[in-house]
Design a protein around this ligand. Sequence first.
Ligand code: ATP
Length: 283
Amino acid sequence: MNRLAEAPTPATTAARGVSVEFEHVHQSFLHGDRPVRVLDDFNLHIEPSEFVAIVGPSGCGKTTALGMVGNLLRPRSGSVRIDGTEVTPGSNDAAFLFARDALLPWRSVRNNVELGMEVRGVSKVERRERADAWLRRVRLHEFADSDVLHLSQGMRQRVAIARTLVQSPRVLLMDEPFAALDAQTRAIQQEEFIRLWESERPTVIFVTHDLEEAILLADRVILMASRPGRMVCDMKIELERPRQQEMRRSSDLFKSYYQEMSERLRAEVDLAEQSMMDESQDA
Ligand SMILES: Nc1ncnc2c1ncn2[C@@H]1O[C@H](COP(=O)(O)OP(=O)(O)OP(=O)(O)O)[C@@H](O)[C@H]1O
C-alpha cells in the first residue's frame, strides 16, 4: 500500500497533544426507573500526544467516556481533566471524529473543511490557505470545489479528517471513525491516518470494536469490561513506527498482542452478553 498522505506543508500548524485524565469517574443512567451503573471508578491517565485505543463489549461505556472528554456530558462523580484543567461547560479543547462524517451536503469540499475555522472566526484568507493545505495532505485538492455528495465514502471521511485536523486539536476523540468503510478503504484510511497523526501528534482517544485496528494504531490499548464499565487491561503497544498494514501478518509482536487481548476481549463480550440475557429474563 503506497497511497500515503503527502508531507506537511508550511501552511499547517502542528498540534501539540496534552494530557487527559479520568480520576475516580462514576456514571450511571436511568433505564426506566432503575439506575444502571455505566462507569465504575474509571481511572485513566493519558500522556500528552499519546494514542490510546479503547476496546470492550458493546455498552461498556466507551462512548460515554469519550463524551466526558468532549464536554458532551459530565461525570456523576470524579473528574475528567484535559491538560490538568477540569472539563467544564464551554471547554472546547477536544475535537470529535465519528463513523458518520456529518459533512454538510450544501457546502463544497473546501467549505466543509473551513467550517470549524469559520465558527472560530478565522479570517477568510487564512481559512482558505489552511483548508487547501490540508486538502493536499489528504489528496483531495483536485476536489476542493466539488460537491461532497459526489464523493465516495472514503473520500468523504478524508474530508472529515481534514476538517478536524485543520483546527489543530490538542485532543482528538475518535468513535469508530472507519467503521462505515469497506475493508480495503478502511485499511488505506488507517495507514493514511497514522501518517497524519505521526506528523501532528495530537493526543488521541480512539474507540473501536476492531482489536487489530487498535493494536495497529495505538500506543496503548485499554480493554474495558461492562456492567459497570471499568478497565480490565492496559497494554502498551511497542510496535515500531511508522506502522504498516503488513505488520498484522509479519510481526510476531503484533500477533502476540492480538492473541493476549483477543482472549480477554472474547471473555468480556461473553460475560456482557450473559448479563444482558439475565437482565432481560429478570425484567
Ligand atoms: N443518555 C443516556 N441515557 C440512558 N442510558 C444511556 C445514555 N447514554 C448511554 N447509555 C447507556 O450506557 C451504557 C453505555 O453506553 P455507551 O454508548 O457508552 O457504550 P459503548 O461501550 O460505547 O457501546 P457501543 O460499543 O455499543 O457503542 C449503555 O447501556 C447505554 O444504553
